[in-house]
Design a protein around this ligand. Structure first.
Ligand SMILES: Nc1ncnc2c1ncn2[C@@H]1O[C@H](COP(=O)(O)OP(=O)(O)OP(=O)(O)O)[C@@H](O)[C@H]1O
Ligand SMILES: [Mg+2]
Length: 240
């Protein structure tokens, strides 16, 4: 009898704990949604200010460098490469501001995913001087949401390589394997220990979040001294 009572009390407790966990999860989802909306509004405000304040100055800088390049071309042709490099960097900075404003490479998605990915890789190569292969399937069937999540994962991975990896080579590949797409961004840089990163590390957790929206995991393989691979696997037919 006592045993039955204990069991039923235990059952009630388990049920209460489950209810609390469901309620907690609901709250967390609600907070995350709210947070995302606030962040989006703030992002747009910052983008506007960046555009108005910095955009014009950078454009003036780009034009100034262009004029300088023309003037120096005759007397100091040896400086031409360097000036062109500075013009390239200024151009990228202007594009980066435009990206913040229009949602990044997603703004370019109207010209196709393949184009956006190639653009990301080209920018990366130009800014970093790191060799980067890009291999894509002959045909891609992804909707705009999927394409934008995918672009953002590639963008964040390449930015991480640029900022942290000290790599000499990188690669971006997307393949279709049966009903799945497999995206991989790899580098031969210094690697890192995943457990040493903060659990709410914005870049990595953002990629995992995008993976969820794509319907699959984002797995990071890395080890000090052995480079890094960011892999996202998601179903081809998943509609977000
Ligand atoms: N390809 C890489 N090679 C070496 N270390 C990396 C690489 N990618 C990530 N890391 C390490 O993981 C950490 C977390 O990455 P994450 O992208 O979350 O943050 P972050 O790049 O430092 O800042 P942000 O939130 O602006 O992206 C980095 O600080 C870095 O130490
Ligand atoms: Mg990062």
């Amino acid at each position: 009898m006592t045993d039955t009572k204990t069991l039923s009390q235990h059952g009630n407790r388990t049920q209460t704990q489950q209810n609390e966990a469901t309620e907690d999860a609901r709250h967390r989802r609600h907070r995350a949604k709210l947070y995302a909306a606030i962040r989006d509004k703030e992002r747009k405000r910052i983008a506007r200010e960046l555009h108005d304040e910095l955009g014009q100055q950078l454009t003036a800088l780009q034009q100034g460098l262009g004029v300088l390049g023309i003037r120096l071309k005759r007397d100091r042709p040896d400086l031409d490469d360097e000036i062109q490099r500075l013009i390239g960097i200024t151009h990228s900075a202007i594009e980066a501001i435009r990206d913040v404003q229009f949602g990044g490479p997603i703004g370019r998605l109207q010209h196709g995913l393949e184009n956006s990915l190639k653009h990301l890789v080209d920018d990366f190569k130009r800014l970093s001087g790191i060799d980067c292969r890009c291999s894509l399937p002959p045909a891609l069937d992804l909707n705009t949401d999927q394409a934008s999540h995918l672009c953002r994962i590639v963008q964040e991975s390449l930015t991480n390589i640029l900022r942290h990896a000290q790599a000499s080579r990188a690669a971006v590949s997307l393949e279709q394997r049966d009903n799945d797409y497999v995206l991989e961004i790899s580098d031969d840089g210094r690697g890192f220990t995943l457990s040493d990163t903060l659990p709410d590390s914005t870049g990595l957790s953002g990629m995992r979040e995008r993976g969820k929206r794509l319907g699959g995991p984002v797995i990071i393989f890395s080890h000090p001294g052995q480079g890094t691979i960011v892999q996202a696997i998601f179903p081809a037919a998943h509609r977000v």
